[in-house]
Design a protein around this ligand. Structure first.
Ligand code: NI
Length: 164
């Protein structure tokens, strides 16, 4: 496993649409391992998407285990099949350092994806897990939370928040 460099806002790659994974080969396994390591060494990171390490493939990792929550989920070709309700979350992002913003997200989502072994999985998520899934899937379409946020905050003046 190797840590990869996090791309930051201003880098064009974050604005591109990622391509579906067609075959879960060694390269994809390596990508998932490296993304997981990169997420683990980041401060407060609870989610990461492949474009954030410069790879335009539809792969995300969501891990709330550091706060006693669910995960890690290592997901390939994730799709939001259902979304219900609304919630507002103060979000941050490893690719947008120093900035937090309030974003309206669905309260509940159903996400279908393949796991790292290629098995189809369905995740019924609510609250923070739903937020992080939506945030990471947005990355796969070149969307950052700052595109959707209504209010912005300086991360240094706020309590430590989680980076998605
Ligand atoms: Ni992010």
């Amino acid at each position: 496993m190797a840590q990869r460099q996090i791309r930051e806002v201003g880098d064009d790659i974050l604005r591109k649409k990622s391509r579906p994974v067609e075959e879960i080969d060694e390269k994809i396994q390596q990508l998932i391992d490296d993304m997981y390591e990169t997420l683990k060494v980041s401060n407060d990171g609870i989610g990461i998407a492949a474009p954030q390490v410069g790879i335009l493939k539809r792969v995300i990792i969501v891990d709330l285990s550091s706060e006693g929550g669910e995960g890690p989920y290592k997901l390939i070709n994730p799709v939001i099949k259902k979304a219900k309700g609304e919630q507002i979350c103060r979000e941050g992002c490893l690719s947008v350092p120093g900035v937090l913003g309030d974003v309206v997200r669905p309260k509940e989502v159903v996400v279908e994806a393949l796991n790292e072994k290629g098995k189809k999985v369905t995740i019924k998520a609510s609250d923070l897990l739903a937020i992080v899934l939506c945030h990471e899937i947005d990355h796969l379409d070149g969307i950052l939370f700052i595109d959707k946020a209504t209010d912005f905050y300086d991360a240094d003046e706020e309590e430590m928040e989680d980076d998605l």
